[in-house]
Each structure stands twice: as structure tokens, then as C-alpha cells.
Design a protein around this ligand. Sequence first.
Ligand code: GLN
Length: 305
Amino acid sequence: MQEFIQKIIADNKKYIEKGTLPAYIPELTKAKKEALGLSIVMLDGKEYHGGDHRYKFTIQSISKVITLLLALEEKGEEYVFSKVGMEPTGDPFNSMLKLETVRPSKPFNPMINAGAIAISSMIEGRSSMGKVEKLLAFFRQITDNPDLTINENVYLSEKRTGDRNRALAYFMKDVGVIDKDVEGSLDVYFKQCAIEVTTQDIARIGAFLANDGIDLKTGKTLVHKKHIKIAKTFMFTCGMYNASGEFAINVGIPAKSGVGGGILATVPGKMGIGIVGPSLDDKGNSIAGIQMIRDLSEKYKLSIL
Ligand code: GLN
């Protein structure tokens, strides 16, 4: 396994130059474009790492999986799905199109920005700071990493330029999807996206999902199995946005990407995978990362289908 990790990192470096860094969050253009790293965590706790696995990047949209779990635990399925749908969109992650044109006006799923902002608005707490603290504690527990924290520069950068997300959020307030303070909800969302991680943290999240919500170390159930199943299903159908269908055919495992260059993947009952490669394709997915996970899936026959 260790040798194969080195090999797929070397084999896929060539894709990096074809991608770009996401300029709509200016701070992300400071990322190391040529970084490429991979971690795998097996359910017995064994870990394998390669390449730039110590490189720190912001979790971005991968965080949407974790906030969804927390919202499901706090509010229950019925409430969550009264506000957010269950269908893929086929549109880019930040699209506004279907929010207005398809009735009733509710975001199609929790993996696109609109759906994720609605989910963040559901997290219970008196202040947005309290909500973020709770979220961070949940992330730290799942990754078994007490040092996880928010990259302030990335957070402030997106807060300054995130007008499209702001527009989505205000629209959702108007149609009753968000009933709370919009700026507070956006603040939770921007902060959760700016949590700084390594591939090890991401792979541990993947292993936690693969283990049906049972903490690998303590054996304690942290999240209901049904909620984990819902999260994995959204990852499979919507996790790579408008590339989810192609990814399902070529790779065949639940995964979630982020514009920080990360990919979280989970092989149910087997392992978690964390990848970083900040150079992105035109759909906002790590361009070399997708190729690496494709090689990994082919070699170890990971497709669940
Ligand atoms: N924070 C980013 C945004 O809202 C997350 C998007 C992503 O990672 N695809 O645009």
C-alpha cells in the first residue's frame, strides 16, 4: 500500500499544471499549487501516508458533510428535509438557478452551497461563536485532533468576497428556508469552510463514516447509523457536484471535494481516504486528486457497485 501511494502521487503530478487555484476566495490563491498528498486510514486504526500529507489546507465544502451530521442529530430528519431537498442538481456548486426556478423554493441538496448554508443555519446555539465552537469540537472529536482550528485569513477573505453565498442566503431568508439571522448563519458557514486540516484529518473522517459513526478509538457511537447513511448517500450522488455521475462511474465510492483542494472519500466497512491537491479543474475538484483516487479505486477494486 505504502509503495502504491508513492507511485500514484508521482504518476499524477502531471495533471497539476492543467488546473487553477480558486481566485474567488483571494486568500486561496496563496496555496501551494503543486502540493499533492494522500492518507489512508483503515478501520483497525492503521494509517498510511504519502507526499504532502502534512500540508495544511482549508476543508471548505468537505465540512458540509459534518455539519449535515450535526444538524441531523440536533434537528432530526423530518426538520432537515423540510428545508433542504435530496436531489442532485447537475449545476455548479454555487449556482442560484434552481433555487428560484423550481418550486417549492428550497435548495436541492445539502452539498451545494445553498443547501449547506441552510444546514449551517440550523445548528443550535445562542451565538454564531457558540455554534462554531460546537462545530469545531465535533470536528476535533471525529478527527481525534484537538488542535484543529480556523484559518482566520481564509475566513476573512471569503467573508469579504462571498457575495454570491450572501445572495443565496438572503434569497433563502425571503422564501422561508432560513428563518434566522442571515449574517450569523453565513459566519458559521464561512468559518466551518476555513477549518484547517491535513489529509490525515480528512482520512480519519472517512474512516469514521466507513465505520458507521462509531469512534475508531473509543468504540462509542457518536452519530446515528441512519444519519451516516444519509451523508454517504449525498456524497455519492452530489459530493463532486456536476462531476458526481462521472466520478461514480470511474471511482464508485462516496466522496466530497472542497475548493481548498481536498477530497474526502469513504469505503464503507473498509477505510477512509484523504487527498490534497490545490490545483482545481473547472468544476472545483482537485484535478490530480481525482486521478489519484481513480487509480486507487482501480487497483484495490474499491467501487461499491
Ligand atoms: N467556501 C466555499 C464556497 O462557499 C466552498 C465551496 C467548495 O469548496 N466547493 O464557495
